[in-house]
Design a protein around this ligand. Structure first.
Ligand code: AMP
Length: 187
């Protein structure tokens, strides 16, 4: 089963994606985690992505689709993947669709994590205090939210036209939200 998590930064995709992936016994793949790791290790990918990420802008579609292709080629990805923050532009949605179709797959569910702007700002400020992520500073947050509004929000319409979107009310306890996800996915 292939599941895509969509929603603004701080919506809880990472937390809920990990719970869901464990329950389904499939990997969770987050381009944000992979890129942060590449930056930490100073690889060519990391060097290319670092400044863009720290400013809160989006990494290019070509880079993202390249890493998605590599991920999908791994044997453990053969039965399905929880894609966390992997698609943030319409060309990425199209590209992921093409890559999955190569092995007769498609996105089965898009879970849209619905939260208010006030809640997001509050959560990101708290996360900054705990994780010290460079892109949780106020300027970068502003850029990330505007990238979300301008480039990622249209992805929701793209999938809605394909009838696979389920909205998850993403405010409440981790357990309560996990239960809502479970109800949608049915496992
Ligand atoms: P995240 O941890 O998901 O918030 O991602 C952190 C940062 O990595 C984002 O603000 C972007 O700079 C970059 N990034 C992660 N995934 C993508 C993607 N699918 N497309 C473009 N940039 C991405």
């Amino acid at each position: 089963m292939d599941i895509l998590l969509l929603g603004p930064p701080g919506a809880g995709k990472g937390t809920q994606g990990a719970i869901l992936a464990t329950r389904l016994g499939i990997p969770k793949f987050a381009t944000g985690d992979l890129l942060r790791d590449a930056v930490r290790r100073g690889t060519a990918l990391g060097q290319e992505a670092k400044a863009v990420m720290e400013a809160g802008h989006l990494v290019s579609d070509d880079i993202i689709l390249g890493v998605v292709r590599e991920e999908l080629a791994k044997p453990e990805a053969g039965l399905g993947v929880v894609f966390d923050g992997v698609v943030r532009t319409v060309p990425q949605a199209e590209g992921l669709g093409t890559l999955l179709a190569e092995s007769g797959r498609q996105i089965d569910f898009v879970l849209f994590f619905d939260v208010t702007d006030e809640e997001i700002l509050e959560r990101l400020a708290k996360r900054r205090a705990v994780e010290q992520r460079a892109d949780d500073d106020p300027d970068a947050i502003r850029n990330r939210l505007s990238a979300y509004r301008d480039l990622t929000r249209p992805v929701l319409d793209w999938y809605e036209a394909r009838g696979v979107v389920h909205s998850i009310h993403a405010i409440g306890s981790i357990d309560a939200i996990a239960a809502r996800v479970r109800e949608v996915v049915g496992a």
